[in-house]
Design a protein around this ligand. Structure first.
Ligand code: VGL
Ligand code: ZN
Length: 211
C-alpha cells in the first residue's frame, strides 16, 4: 500500500511501444493489457514521463549483429554481459512508436534511450556501461520531483533497472505490479523481484492509486 504525493511523484511509463506488445518484434505476453491501466493511472498524476526504447539500426544489443548468435543468447560486450535481442524499437519504425491506444496527453517528457549503437540502456537513468547518464535524474531534481511510480514494459528488464537506478540516484521508487508485464527469461522475473525488494523498491498495485 502506498499513498500518492501528487506534487512530488512522477508516473514513469516505461517503453509501452508496439514492439513490446503482441505482434511486435520483442512481444511481451499481455504487454498491451497495461495500456488501459496506465491511461487510468495518468489521470491521478500531475507529472507524467514516458520512455521510449530507441535504437539505431544495427544496434549492438541485436543478435543480428553478432555472427552465429541467436536472440536471447548472452554476449560479452565491452561493458559486460548483454542479452542479445531480436531487432526491435528501431528509430522511426512502427515498432518503436508508442502503443496507439496509450493516451497520455498530459505527459511532460518523452525520454529516449538506447540510442548509442554500442551501448544498451534498459534503465531510464543510466546506460548499460553504468557510467553514461540519460539526464533524467537532473530533470527530476530540477523539477522538485522526489519519487518515481513505475509502470510499463518489461517489468524484469527496463522497469526493474529504472527502479533500481532511481534509488541509486536518491529518489524513491514504487512499481505498480499490475501495470507492468514481464519477459521472464530464464527466471529473470523472480530474480528481479529479489533484487528490487532487497534494494528497497516498493511494490504496489494500481488500485492503491485508483482507489
Ligand atoms: C527492453 C529488452 C531490450 C525493455 C528493452 O523495455 O524491457 N527489454 N530492450
Ligand atoms: Zn532495447
Amino acid at each position: 500500500m502506498f499513498t500518492l504525493s501528487p506534487a512530488t511523484d512522477a508516473l514513469l511509463v516505461i517503453d509501452v511501444q508496439n514492439d513490446f506488445c503482441p505482434g511486435g518484434a520483442l512481444a511481451v505476453a499481455g504487454g498491451n493489457e497495461v495500456v488501459p491501466v496506465i491511461n487510468a493511472l495518468a489521470g491521478h498524476f500531475q507529472h507524467v514521463i514516458i520512455t521510449q526504447d530507441w535504437h539505431p539500426q544495427r544496434h549492438h544489443s541485436f543478435a543480428s549483429q553478432h555472427p552465429g548468435a541467436k536472440p536471447y543468447d548472452l554476449a560479452g560486450l565491452p561493458y559486460g554481459p548483454q542479452v542479445l535481442w531480436p531487432d526491435h524499437c528501431v528509430q522511426g519504425s512502427w515498432g518503436a512508436e508508442l502503443h496507439p491506444e496509450l493516451n497520455l496527453p498530459g505527459a511532460q517528457l518523452i525520454l529516449r534511450k538506447g540510442f548509442r549503437s554500442g551501448v544498451d540502456s534498459y534503465s531510464a537513468f543510466q546506460e548499460a556501461d553504468r557510467r553514461t547518464h540519460t539526464g533524467l535524474a537532473g530533470y527530476l531534481r530540477e523539477r522538485g520531483l522526489t519519487r518515481v511510480v513505475l509502470a510499463g514494459l518489461a517489468l524484469d528488464f527496463c522497469v526493474a533497472w529504472s527502479a533500481q537506478d532511481a534509488l541509486d540516484a536518491g529518489f524513491g521508487a514504487v512499481i505498480l505490479e499490475d501495470a507492468c508485464r514481464a519477459i521472464d527469461l530464464n527466471g529473470s522475473l523472480v530474480a528481479a523481484w529479489e533484487a528490487l525488494t532487497a534494494a528497497g523498491v516498493d511494490r504496489a498495485s494500481s488500485a492503491d492509486v485508483l482507489g
